[in-house]
Write a new protein. Structure first.
Length: 215
């Protein structure tokens, strides 16, 4: 069955992204299989996104992103959240790595931990998150299930600036897709993820355009 959705709407749908000199220096935070991490790598390799990934940080030693980092010679670090007393201690450990690599932007793709003001304030306006819903609807965990359980006929994905309220920062780009009556968690997740791959680099570029102008 072809589960892709030709009716997705991306806004703004930038076909050409702004160029950055020097290139953006990014760190990726991930917890899952790594398909969005891989999408960013592909966009960089295809000269769509003018950036360099300096490091990957994961909180799960079984995270699929690790293998993708190895395949692309990207340094990676495993910071198991279970080894830290609280979220603040984990964020301090993350910052130590980010400072070592002198990154300017932090991109969270499937990062299943809530970050604290320690990280947000350190990289003010430069922490970007990818969320699997059409924000402000369906914030937090299990956004796909939330959408299916609602009466909504539409959902999608969003790239936004991270602030101190979960999934509430400035929205940079979104993709909207219809929910049909045959969708289940698997099919809807697949369709959302397909759009995530398309919008993540757009969101990064829009965010970077803002912070480079500020600097």
């Amino acid at each position: 069955m072809n589960r892709t959705n030709p009716n997705a709407i991306i806004n703004p749908n930038l076909t050409t992204l702004p160029k950055f000199k020097p290139k953006l220096t990014l760190a990726i935070l991930a917890s899952g299989k790594g398909s969005n991490f891989e999408a960013i790598i592909k966009d960089i390799n295809n000269d769509k996104l003018d950036a360099e990934i300096k490091c990957l940080i994961v909180n799960d030693p079984n995270c699929g992103s690790i293998e993708k980092a190895k395949n692309n010679c990207i340094p990676y670090f495993i910071l198991n959240h279970k080894d830290y007393n609280n979220r603040e201690d984990l964020d301090f450990a993350i910052i130590n790595i980010l400072e070592r690599f002198n990154v300017e932007g932090v991109i969270m793709v499937g990062w299943m931990r809530i970050v604290t003001s320690i990280l947000i304030d350190k990289f003010n306006g430069k922490v970007v998150n990818l969320h699997p819903s059409l924000l402000p609807s369906f914030k937090g965990n299990k956004a796909v299930n939330q959408a299916l359980s609602s009466s909504s006929k539409i959902t999608g994905c969003s790239v936004h600036i991270v602030n101190k309220d979960v999934d509430s920062g400035e929205i940079l780009v979104q993709a909207a897709i219809p929910i049909n009556e045959l969708d289940d968690e698997d099919t809807l997740h697949f369709k959302i993820q397909e759009q995530e791959h398309k919008i993540i680099s757009i969101g990064i570029a829009i965010a970077a355009s803002k912070w480079r102008k500020i600097e």
